[in-house]
Design a protein around this ligand. Structure first.
Ligand code: SF4
Ligand code: MG
Length: 321
């Protein structure tokens, strides 16, 4: 499998006026394979959106490296940078906030075509109308404004805008969280269909584990700026290793009544600590039901415990077994 995106030791720290440092992302490593959907999950504030924004260069990385098709994305210049800005697109959580209310759908969807000089005049209009059809809208929608659409339709406009420049990689930051449940599956199905037809790779950011399971090939679980577990979907949902993943999964309703007997709801005590002063050692230790003495002293290593299944937890240290 071809690695299209490789993230190594990524850190993104924000310096506050007070001199404090928010360690929003604090040493995260993972690869994304071409054509897959990589789900990134965790509670709000865990750093998943910051990762998305850092990967698309809205932020610079504080430390670590990100390579896209073999190139360090922070070193890109000229033609290569332009190509990156075209091949990597983002879909946002709030389709209303991310669409300019004063622009027609035609001009919104054509934005990328304009920026990259891909089409003009009648060709531009034709491309936009084709894209609207691809996402389930129609030609009459082109001259309307964002407020004339429902949330689901607005997200379709956002998807058409991203698709316009023929991307290879789409970062979708909670693309369905703001939508009615009845609309969520429609948008997910559209994303899946587009993935197949255009060979797209997705980084799908979400806090809803059930939807991530449905759409993702592999899933990375984030907690307080760290990735704590990474595996393919089936493996992660069937055999979670990290106590945090276990707790998150215990809150996901299981349709099979037999399986629900086996999975007891784990309620985590306390709040997520501040990323300004994260706990020493394992950052999850203040809420972990399986915490040990060692957990306060040393940060657990990120290691491949079973083939292709990575976890950061002292329960899986060799000497513990
Ligand atoms: Fe819990 Fe310790 Fe594992 Fe952290 S390292 S998840 S505190 S058992
Ligand atoms: Mg977010």
């Amino acid at each position: 499998r071809e690695v299209i995106l490789s993230v190594k030791g990524l850190k993104k720290h924000f310096h506050l006026g007070s001199g404090q440092v928010v360690k929003a992302v604090d040493g995260v490593s993972f690869d994304v394979y071409r054509g897959e959907t990589f789900g990134l999950v965790g509670e709000s504030g865990c750093g998943k959106s910051t990762i998305g924004r850092t990967l698309i260069r809205l932020y610079n990385a504080t430390e670590g490296s990100v390579t896209f098709k073999g190139d360090d994305i922070y070193q890109l210049k000229g033609k290569k940078l332009k190509e990156f800005n075209q091949k990597m697109q983002m879909i946002f959580q709030d389709p209303y906030a991310s669409l300019n209310p004063r622009m027609t759908v035609l001009n919104i969807v054509a934005e990328g075509l304009d920026i990259h000089g891909l089409a003009r005049g009648e060709e531009r209009r034709k491309r936009v109308i084709d894209l609207l059809k691809v996402v389930g809208l129609n030609a009459e929608h082109a001259n309307r404004f964002p407020h004339e659409f429902s949330g689901g339709q607005r997200q379709r406009i956002g998807i058409a805008r991203a698709l316009a420049v023929k991307p290879e990689f789409i970062i979708a930051d909670e693309p369905i969280s703001a939508l009615d449940v009845s609309i969520q599956a429609q948008v997910v199905n559209l994303l899946r269909k587009l993935q197949k037809e255009h060979g797209l790779t997705y980084l799908f950011i979400a806090h809803d584990l059930s939807m991530v399971k449905y759409i993702s090939d592999r899933v990375g679980v984030m907690y307080l700026g760290n990735m704590v577990e990474l595996a393919n979907s089936e493996e992660l949902y069937g055999h979670p290793l990290h106590p945090y993943t276990e707790a998150l999964l215990s809150a996901v309703p299981i349709p099979d009544p037999d399986a629900s007997k086996k999975r007891e709801r784990i309620i985590l005590e306390g709040d997520v600590p501040s990323p300004i002063n994260p706990p020493s050692g394992c950052r999850f230790r203040t809420r972990c039901p399986k915490v040990m003495e060692l957990c306060a002293i040393a940060a657990p290593e990120w290691k491949e415990v079973v083939p292709n299944h990575w976890v950061a937890c002292h329960l899986y240290d060799k000497e513990q077994k």
